[in-house]
Design a protein around this ligand. Structure first.
Ligand SMILES: [Zn+2]
Length: 133
C-alpha cells in the first residue's frame, strides 16, 4: 500500500458530483466509464458481449439437451439389454428368441428363393441371343 506516497488529491467531479482522487484518476467513476476506461453496463461493446453470452448459454442449453437425449437413449438401450438378459436368465425362451427364430426361417426361405431365382436368371442371361461386340 502506498500510504506514505503521493498525497491523495480528492476532488469533486463537477459533472457527476462524485469524489475521486485526481492524483491517480483522470475523473470520477462515471467519467471514466463514459470514457470507456471502465467496463460499464451501458457500453455498446458490453451489450454485444451480453448478447454473445446469451447465445452461448443458448448453445450450452442445446448441448445439454442433446447430451441428455443421448444419455436417455443409452440408458434405455442398456435397460433393454438388461431386461433381455434377465429374461434369458429365467431359462424361458423369450418372445424375442421365438421371433428371431421365425425370422431366421423366413430368411432361409427367402435366400432359397433368391438362389433359385438367381440360378434361373443366370441361365437365361447366358443363353441370351445377341451379337457381342
Ligand atoms: Zn464525473
Amino acid at each position: 500500500m502506498e500510504a506514505t506516497g503521493k498525497p491523495a488529491m480528492v476532488v469533486k467531479c463537477e459533472k457527476h458530483g462524485l469524489h475521486y482522487d485526481s492524483a491517480r484518476q483522470s475523473g470520477c467513476v462515471l467519467c471514466r466509464r463514459e470514457a470507456g476506461e471502465l467496463p460499464g453496463a451501458t457500453a455498446p461493446s458490453s451489450r454485444g458481449a451480453a448478447q454473445a453470452a446469451a447465445g452461448g448459454s443458448l448453445g450450452g442449453a442445446l448441448a445439454v439437451t442433446v447430451v441428455l437425449i443421448v444419455l436417455t437413449m443409452f440408458a434405455m438401450r442398456s435397460a433393454h439389454g438388461a431386461f433381455i438378459d434377465w429374461l434369458r436368465a429365467q431359462g424361458n425362451p423369450t418372445p424375442m428368441d421365438a421371433r428371431s427364430e421365425y425370422e431366421k426361417k423366413q430368411m432361409d426361405g427367402a435366400l432359397k428363393a433368391l438362389e433359385e431365382q438367381g440360378g434361373g436368371g443366370e441361365g437365361e442371361s447366358e443363353e441370351e441371343p445377341g451379337p457381342t461386340p
